[in-house]
Design a protein around this ligand. Sequence first.
Ligand code: GLA
Length: 369
Amino acid sequence: MLAATPPMGFNTWNTFGGEINEQTIREVADALVGEGLKDLGYEYLVIDDCWAERERGSDGLMVPSREKFPGGMKALAEYVHSKGLKFGMYSCAGTLTCAKYPGSYDNEEIDAKTFASWDVDFLKYDFCNVPEGAHGRDLYAKMGEALRSSGREILFSLCEWGTNKPWEWGAGVGGHMWRTTGDISDSWKSIEHIGFSQSGHAKYAGPGHWNDPDMLVVGMYSKGNVASGGCTDTEYRTHFGLWCLLAAPLMIGCDPRNMTDETGAILKNEELIAVNQDALGRQGFRASREGKLEVLKKPLEHGSLAVGLFNRGDESARMTARWEDLGLEGDAAAKVRDLWAHEELGEFKGSFEAEVESHGSAIVRVTPV
Ligand code: GLA
């Protein structure tokens, strides 16, 4: 099954925007391998918008930019594959992409075949410039069908921003993930706005089909295409931990060629990745909320829970995760493990407390004993 667990990888948009070319993609592929990210599961290298010539060729096919990708996409795919990675590309359900390159409207079949002929493994499919009256679901169904008939297994990533509730029909049109929101930017405000509004979609996620609250901004520090003030490392940790609990696709948005140690430590946290990739495939959801203090829980296989205590407030706070809110018996004993410190905290009964800094998080695994 494709996307049996949330897809992981890298996408060019957040850092590079339109400033992409084959040399950069090769270097990113090298960095994903060299940094050990590939071995942790970050396997899809996805080229977002701005890869094409502005006009289709005389045969009606899309043409990769001759300036940015002189060697063509098939050769680039071959390089990416030779590194053990998978190769992703981007198109749009409208007549033009968001950056006004050719879209696939009315060309779904030939474009799907083109992507298949380039050995593409993943297609992100956007929603700009859709003709009036066309319904998102129909356009995505058309591309879904075209991909299935393309002769190649291609993961279908719907980028419809939640406009027509894609969580209700995304899986039905062959989607493996669907954006639930507008675009993320590199700011705490954006992370908070998106990340804490996802609980209601939890029931629609599962193996093979995931809600996508957009790509990671971890480690961007206000550089690149979606800069918006940047975040602190504490905020990036909260962002990553929250996305892991939400069973969100983990698409790196910073430049993997130049990560700080702290960024590497966040993106490579194996215990959090394991929570994200847990085989049960449950999306986490809110267990309790008191003002700006929120507790989320994500059921894991073998009866454990991943629990996040999130402090959205401006001051450090003493936070409590109560067993009754987690769905555990009040007097049950459970082992608690800190997934940031990689440390057993001991056995607790009834509740677990932690001091959580402003915009920070404590993320633990709770295992009834
Ligand atoms: C939309 C999408 C983004 C990105 C850009 C590219 O805004 O939501 O993720 O793909 O288009 O133009």
